[in-house]
Design a protein around this ligand. Structure first.
Ligand code: SF4
Length: 66
């Protein structure tokens, strides 16, 4: 899976980092970011759960074959 966050939508609620701290963190201003180097190869149900938990649907999770 590949994760991306739309910084224009993110309101810094922090739900993503709470839900899936292996893949999401927050920058100095509190906005959600993907943990550096983990944009590709994300896996596990918590990634999808984090995307669902985002109150403004700022997180996109793309499926990748292989
Ligand atoms: S849950 Fe959504 S709004 Fe909150 S920090 Fe993460 S991306 Fe931003």
């Amino acid at each position: 899976m590949r994760i991306s966050i739309d910084g224009d939508l993110c309101i810094g609620a922090g739900q993503c980092a709470l839900t899936s701290p292996d893949f999401f963190t927050q920058d100095d201003d509190g906005f959600g970011t993907v943990v550096p180097g983990r944009e590709d190869g994300a896996q596990g149900p918590l990634v999808r759960e984090a995307a669902r938990a985002c109150p403004v649907q700022a997180i996109t999770v793309e499926e990748r074959e292989g």
